[in-house]
Ligand binder design. Sequence first.
Ligand code: FE
Ligand code: FE
Ligand code: ZN
Length: 277
Amino acid sequence: MLRIGCHLSSSKGFYSMAETAVQIGANTFQFFTRNPRGGAAKEWKEQDIAAMLELFAQKDIAYPLAHAPYTLNACAKDESIREFAFNTMREDLDKLESIPGAMYNFHPGSHVQQGAETGIELIADQLNRILKPEQSTIVLLETMAGKGSEVGRTFEELRTIINKTLCSDKVGVCLDTCHVWDGGYDIVNRLDEVLEEFDAVIGLDKLRAIHLNDSMNGPGSHKDRHAKIGQGNIGLEVFQNIVNHPKLRHLPFYLETPNELDGYQQEIALLRSLCGS
Ligand code: FE
Ligand code: FE
Ligand code: ZN
């Protein structure tokens, strides 16, 4: 069965997210660990998590994906911003150990005129100070559109970060369809070649999650503006190919399209109908 869900608000807690997922036909979901643009995190209640895990078991929900706040920049020029990134990721990962099977997705960062090489060093350095061999949570680097000085637009940059990370078995990649398209990978005309390139550079075994988003812009636009599925420049047929692809269909898929819950429910039903599950 297709493992698909969408980004959900975490404001009402964990059990509420799992309930919402069930209501809209999802069997996975993504959430922010804290305010995406701010800092302080709410307390995670043990009972709330236990109730969520019970519903997971009943309804076959799996792979909740925690998304780090957008303000987390492990390769910022400003040391205080890097320190915020370090503290945030360490705290988030500590807490996530209470949710078995959860993954943690973050944007590698923006190097802000320091150059990609320095950016990559700083990101790997942060991961090396945080990741522990005994942790259960897999940390995902998200493929980026290449807006501004974003690190992680190319598969090579992501590979280099992984190579420099000591606990590299705890690191995977989340492929965002809008981002790779905006970043210059032509998944519309050359999906198989792009996946072959991913395999050659990073290794498909590192691919652990897919963000399903259509794009308001053209290939290589470096814009990062998501569109509803089938209403952007990527188009419905490509999403049909993606969710049915033998190299991808086992992965969890997360929608981050501009939708309210009813829109997500429709997109989930649409994608399920395209692969008969
Ligand atoms: Fe993201
Ligand atoms: Fe994304
Ligand atoms: Zn995006």
